[in-house]
Ligand binder design. Structure first.
Ligand code: 01A
Ligand code: MG
Length: 527
């Protein structure tokens, strides 16, 4: 086994003078040798404040330069980065710091966030803010010390915890997905076998994926460094800036969610010629519009490929070669996968060709997580008899390929984020006009699925009522990306004989109202 830090260090030994990391905001450029020195200096700064092997440190930042440096420095110390989605609300971030028992945090310079983080951490625990000193949070820029004070790198055990990443649960705070040191190397190599990324200094990677999701961290950032490529930091998702970056810097490798492809091709300065340098273009997370796919596949450099994975398993399936139907995938060589009957007799109850069922993947594969931290209930629900239950529904094809169909539950996938309707419903119910509400995801060209709230009862002024519920939502602990983008007021919510809301029928009602321009359908978001 090699740890993530060892893989970086070995790459630096091979090509010390090659550019490793390039910042979009400052144009700062570090070679591999300089990156190792910078990581050491910051690691020494961490160590001076008591951070060391096994110490958990929350990072809640956009994919900025400091995020890249901080996570590598924590890896240098074999500390445990708890990598949080910076788009969560302060109370959620603080709640996760508490439940993950972190001993330090690196955050954005936001006074409200700093206050709740201080309370969530043990007394006197170090907090660093990127950009400015704020309250008790010190400036991350000052977190440095003499690298000579660091000992040599100590190899951890394969079973030591390496990272905590997060995945949303039906209700309550997201679950911490425990990844041990063994998984890291496995989480990188598939980029070659399933993604077509060859090791070498020719790789110039677009760093637009959030580092708080495993695909952005392992699948773009760390693999680029381990493979001797150059990682171009993209501090915020600004489509015209990214179009020019791809063109000017001759980017060769990108992973995007389809929402991003759509935004890039819609930018005012976009032309397909600017994408000619791309060699490896991968996507996942949500369904892709067939016209968009045909456009980028034909006109960008390289082939566009779909890889399927989860936070818990990393890559499990990918497009077979040559790429045929993009929704049709094949299990990776290192990972057994099955489609089993939903509500059937378990892992051996495999569906026949042409039938649909839940995808389960071999949980002994090298990429797979250990457990959900402090959640044996959730762990035993998803990890059973040597299999991980993905919750995703696939159809089994005659040749053994697997075609994505949907979900066993009602989870919504919007722009690559997972949103559970129950969580949104609980917030909406706090408004007197939304006592009876059901949240669904409907197909959307931008987000893959759009979150829509369906409310029983038709108010006099649907627009005003929708605006009022939306305002409540904005002021609630619900993260912005989970907020309904539209409201639909229905006379009744269709229910079955046991009084359960029939979401499938609701989705159909919403789609119909959307197309007919019914006033009971109100958009509240411009995006
Ligand atoms: O009304 P406003 O203005 O407040 O609305 C704001 C945001 O709430 C809204 N927004 C969203 C989303 C979203 N995902 N769904 C719905 N609404 N994100 C943001 O947009 C307005 C502007 O906010 P912003 O923060 O400036 O938005 P952007 O920076 O433009 O963000 C849009 C992005 C698409 C870039 C962002 O959502 C994003 O980064 N998504 C990607 C998340 C990700 O990395 N997911 C994992 C992807 S792949 C699946 C997977 O896990 C996997 C694993 C292993 C796949 C393969 C493997 Cl092998
Ligand atoms: Mg933005």
């Amino acid at each position: 086994m090699h740890t993530g830090y060892e893989l970086l260090w070995m790459a630096a030994e091979r090509t010390p003078m090659h550019p490793a990391l390039i910042d979009d905001r400052t144009d700062r450029r570090l070679t591999y040798a300089e990156l190792i020195a910078e990581v050491d200096a910051v690691a020494a700064g961490f160590a001076a404040r008591g951070i060391g092997r096994g110490v958990r440190v929350a990072i809640a930042l956009p994919g900025v330069w400091e995020h890249c440096i901080a996570i590598l420095a924590l890896m240098r110390l074999n500390a445990v980065p708890a990598v949080l989605n910076f788009r969560l609300k302060p109370d959620e971030i603080a709640g996760l710091c508490r439940t993950s028992e972190v001993d330090a945090a690196i955050i954005q310079p936001d006074p409200a966030l700093t206050q709740v983080i201080e309370k969530a951490l043990p007394d006197g625990a170090p907090i660093w803010a990127v950009g400015a000193e704020i309250g008790s949070a010190r400036s991350f820029a000052a977190c440095r010390a003499d690298a000579a004070s660091l000992g040599t790198y100590e190899k951890p055990a394969e079973t030591d915890i390496a990272f905590l990443f997060y995945t949303s649960g039906t209700t309550g705070l997201p679950k911490a997905v425990v990844l041990n040191q063994r998984t890291t190397e496995h989480r990188l190599v598939f980029l070659s076998s399933q993604g077509g990324l060859r090791q070498g200094t020719h790789n110039r990677a677009l760093g637009c994926m959030p580092l708080s999701h495993v695909i952005g961290f392992f699948g773009v950032f760390l693999v680029t460094l381990a493979f001797n490529g150059t990682y171009f930091v993209v501090s915020e998702f600004s489509p015209p800036v990214i179009v020019d970056l791809i063109h000017d810097e001759k980017i060769t490798f990108a992973f995007c969610v389809p929402t991003m492809f759509q935004a890039l091709t819609g930018a005012g300065n976009y032309t397909p010629e600017k994408m000619a340098s791309l060699e490896v273009v991968l996507y996942g997370g949500i369904t892709i519009d067939p016209d968009l796919l045909a456009h980028i596949d034909a006109e960008w450099g390289g082939k566009v490929r779909h890889i399927y994975g989860t936070t818990e398993t990393m890559c499990s399936l990918s497009n077979p070669d040559p790429v045929g139907q993009h929704a049709t995938l094949r299990p990776a060589y290192f990972c057994r996968a099955r489609i089993i009957r939903v509500g059937g007799d378990g892992p051996d109850d495999i569906v026949a060709s042409g039938e649909e069922g839940e995808l389960i993947v071999d949980s002994t594969a090298g990429t797979v997580f250990v457990e959900y931290l402090g959640r044996p209930d959730a762990t035993s629900e998803k990890l059973r008899d040597g299999w991980y239950f993905t919750g995703d529904v696939f159809r089994r094809e005659d040749n053994g390929d697997m075609t994505i169909v949907g979900r066993v539950d009602d989870m919504i996938r919007s722009g690559g984020e997972s949103i559970h309707p129950e969580e949104v419903e609980m917030i909406l119910e706090g408004h007197p006009a939304a006592r009876s509400v059901s949240v669904v995801g409907v197909p959307d060209p931008t987000w893959g699925q759009m979150v829509v709230a369906v409310i029983a009862g038709i108010p006099q002024d649907p627009a005003a009522t929708a605006a009022s519920i939306d305002l409540n939502c904005r002021n609630s602990p619900l993260a912005g990306f989970k907020r309904p983008k539209a409201y639909f007021f229905a006379r009744d919510l269709p229910r079955n004989s046991t009084n359960k809301v029939l979401r499938r029928e609701l989705r159909e009602l919403v789609v119909e109202a959307q197309t007919t321009g019914d006033v009971s359908f109100q958009r509240v978001s411009g995006v």
